[in-house]
Design a protein around this ligand. Structure first.
Ligand SMILES: Cc1ncc(COP(=O)(O)O)c(C=O)c1O
Length: 396
């Protein structure tokens, strides 16, 4: 039977495609430290389950297509802390940030349209846009510039009549880069001058190190009608499996139209929304705590990487990822070799090949993404395994 070209043309997730190899070696008894996927090990705050357990209902009903009012209010209050005021019609609850990005793409673009995106970028953006035949046009950023944006004119020259939006994550996955206010203002200027939407993916907001702050795009003036902010409980609240995200925008016409997509998929899981409302109501000290934990992990990773011959990387300042240039020709081959051939006392690590995070052919072949999502002891061990593995690989 014929399979659609749309699906055939989609890439396999580079984060997940090596998982069968990891599963096989684990069955053979090898321990694998997973640094390949952004699945934090931090405990989901207890308020999540407490709120669900206290929820008094005899029937798990469909929720509203827009989402549970208690969660919408909690998200509005979360933004209010930064002076960003959303009314109750400005927020739509989605199945994770993932669905929020897909729905925003569908509402802003027709098939064949283009979205500008700084690369390397979160690889699933390819899926969210590719499945609706929208093309991502990469704005290349470089490790030597800390993956900060190039000059305005270099971005503007990528715009065509088909360009409908600029999409980015801040803090960045996979780079860990935090955009400066002046960069955000330039993106806003470009969007205003070229009548583009902005999709600001803020699922890692709050995870900013070294005293830096990841500003919400909602703090930048003059773009209310063209800005969509993507939210999620997955990372900040360590609740990836809850599958709760949100679209937040002052553009009520856009929201009204995205609501049609929400209605077509009926609703988001009711109980998880109740739990998520409790997460968004946690005080800011909660985020401070996890920020310190991730900063300690970042320090371990960066210190080890800085001492390995031939490894090149910039110190990430946010989220929980770092992109590293490895002293190998092909990072994917090295990652597979680490899984299949290498052990340190029957333990190994799994990284993500970074090539799939680039839109430009040929970039990232010798790079990997490390997600520092394990506790400090495990991170130390995993980084030692990486160091020994590279040594052994290059002596083959
Ligand atoms: C930058 C970014 N945006 C969105 C998502 C999607 O998150 P979720 O659908 O779990 O909210 C992820 C997940 O890793 C991500 O890294």
């Amino acid at each position: 039977m014929k399979i659609s070209n749309r699906v055939l043309e989609m890439q396999e997730s580079p984060v997940r495609k090596l998982v069968p190899i990891a599963t096989r070696v684990k069955k053979q008894g090898k321990k694998v430290y997973h640094l390949n996927i952004g699945q934090p090990d931090i405990k989901t705050p207890e308020v999540f389950m407490d709120a669900i357990n206290k929820y008094d209902t005899s029937v798990i009903k469909y929720s509203f297509s827009q989402g549970e009012p208690i969660l919408i209010d909690a998200i509005r209050n979360f933004f209010k802390r930064d002076g960003i005021i959303f009314n109750e019609n400005n927020v739509l609850i989605t199945n994770g940030g993932s669905e929020a990005i897909t729905f925003s793409t569908i509402a802003m673009c027709d098939p064949g349209d283009e979205i500008l995106i700084p690369e390397p970028f979160y690889t699933n953006y390819n899926g969210f846009t590719g499945e609706v035949n929208v093309n991502l046009v990469p704005i290349t950023t470089l490790a030597k510039d800390g993956f900060h944006l190039p000059k305005k004119e270099d971005i503007v020259k990528l715009i065509t009549p088909k360009t409908k939006a600029i999409l980015f994550s801040n803090p960045g996955n996979p780079t860990g880069t935090i955009l400066r206010r002046d960069e955000m203002e330039i993106l806003a200027e470009i969007a205003i001058e070229n009548d583009l939407y902005i999709i600001s993916d803020e699922v890692y907001r709050g995870m900013a190190f070294d005293g830096l702050e990841a500003l919400s795009m909602g703090c930048i003036e003059g773009i209310d009608d063209r800005l969509v902010i993507i939210e999620s409980v997955s990372k900040r609240y360590s609740a990836c499996g809850a599958r709760i995200g949100a679209i937040c925008s002052h553009n009520e016409d856009l929201i009204k139209n995205i609501l049609k997509l929400c209605q077509a998929r009926l609703c988001v899981a009711t109980l998880e929304q109740i739990g998520a409302a409790a997460l968004y109501s946690l005080p800011t000290e909660y985020t401070e705590g996890i920020k310190n934990e991730y900063q300690a992990r970042r320090d371990i990773v960066f210190e080890t990487l800085s001492n390995i011959d031939g490894v090149v990387c910039e110190k990430p300042t946010g989220a929980f990822y770092v992109v590293v240039k490895l002293p190998v020709d092909d990072a994917e081959k090295f990652i597979i070799w680490m899984l299949e051939e290498f052990t340190l006392d029957n333990e190994t690590i799994m990284l993500s090949p970074a090539e799939g995070f680039y839109g430009t052919e040929g970039l990232g072949k010798d790079e990997a993404r490390i997600a520092y999502v394990l506790n400090t002891e495990d991170m130390k061990r995993a980084m030692l395994i990486l160091e020994k593995g590279l040594e052994a690989y290059n002596q083959k």
